[in-house]
Design a protein around this ligand. Structure first.
Ligand code: ADP
Ligand code: MG
Length: 262
């Protein structure tokens, strides 16, 4: 299968207000196939969000290139959808108007957008909450609505930046399971950023590991475990141990083994 995303020789630096240059990403090469579930894992500041924003077309590389579906990326394209940790929903709009926002931009009629939004919200178990406002929903429900919103325009690629980072552990586990069920059914390409080793192994067909700044790819693991995954089994444990060891080696601050906060 051909690559849906191809990143070649990418470097990204920022110039701060004090005219200092910050090298955020260095020598990034990634090829992603259609329908892969890619987890990008790295310590805080390793350039994960920057890499995602580049793939979304929100910012441009300093050098190097990103091709999405065979075309050079220069701006955001309609084939991609985004989910962030917070601020994904507009607090002044109710859930159905949040979910249908992208369709509104694409000039669908109100009837058309509500039909699509209602269908997708029922898939995500939120049918009864279409008229609710974001503040009336729990954290898990808000993120479900944010994923529904990203999916309303049927993007081929879904970019997710630590989307479950603010959820309690139980809700987070539930959401991870739901996301896998959704991905197995809908067969999209997902690029998911996380700093949790455990989350990355639970979700990804591949886990790409970034070093501390400047972010470079230090490893690219195929996670050869069938879905749904069991985080308590031995094979899962050995992936966890290998990746934790690597993370310990590359990070400046040593983190205690087997004490990961998720
Ligand atoms: P991560 O998501 O892995 O925590 P980020 O991609 O947010 O990392 O940031 C990587 C590095 O780039 C950090 O050192 C951050 O301060 C810097 N950075 C990100 N965006 C900007 C910007 N717009 N201007 C200057 N520096 C930035
Ligand atoms: Mg980030």
């Amino acid at each position: 299968m051909e690559n849906i995303i191809e990143i070649k020789g990418l470097n990204k630096s920022f110039i701060t207000e004090k005219k200092q240059e910050i090298n955020a990403l260095k020598n990034i090469d990634i090829a992603i196939k259609d329908q892969e579930f890619i987890c990008i894992l790295g310590p805080s500041g390793s350039g994960k969000s920057t890499l995602l924003r580049l793939m979304e077309g929100l910012i441009n590389p300093t050098t190097g290139s990103i091709n999405v579906m065979g075309k050079l990326l220069t701006n955001p394209i309609p084939e991609s959808g985004f989910v962030f940790q917070e601020y994904s929903l507009m607090p002044w709009r109710n859930i159905i108007d949040n979910v249908s926002f992208g369709l509104e931009l694409r000039k669908y009629t109100k009837k058309q957008r509500y039909k699509i939004a209602e269908d997708i919200l029922s898939k995500f178990g939120l049918k009864e909450f279409i008229k609710s406002f974001p503040y009336e929903l729990s954290g898990g429900m808000k993120q479900r609505a944010a994923i529904a919103r990203a999916m309303a325009t049927s993007p081929k690629i879904l970019y997710m930046d630590e989307p479950f980072g603010a959820l309690d552990a139980y809700t987070r586990f539930q959401m991870q399971k739901e996301l896998i069920e959704f991905w197995l059914k809908e067969k999209r390409t997902i690029v998911f950023v996380t700093h949790s080793v455990e989350e990355a192994i639970f979700l990804g067909t591949r886990v790409i590991i970034m070093s501390p700044r400047p972010g470079e790819i230090v490893a690219d693991y195929n996670i050869d475990l069938s879905y749904p995954r069991n985080r308590w089994n031995e094979e899962f444990g050995s992936y966890f141990e290998n990746i934790m060891n690597l993370m310990n080696e590359i990070s400046e601050v040593q983190v205690p083994r087997r004490c990961e906060v998720i």
